[in-house]
Unconditional design. Structure first.
Length: 67
């Protein structure tokens, strides 16, 4: 009985292996003829704007010692 089990297990393994070998010749992978171009347009813009109202500016001038 051990011989039959081993043969059955080997037969089950042999079928996918033989099928993959048969299909291996059908599949080809080729590189593209033209180069692959990746264009990245990255625009990083940072603005820091300080605006002081007239009253805030005058307050700073009056209390210059604390600033």
């Amino acid at each position: 009985m051990q011989g039959k089990r081993l043969l059955n297990g080997t037969g089950k393994l042999a079928v996918p292996v033989l099928a993959s070998l048969a299909l291996a010749g059908c599949i080809t992978v080729n590189a593209p003829e033209d180069a692959i171009v990746i264009e990245l347009n990255v625009n990083i813009r940072q603005e820091v704007i300080y605006r002081l109202a007239e009253d805030a500016g005058s307050t700073i001038e009056k209390n210059a010692d604390i600033f």
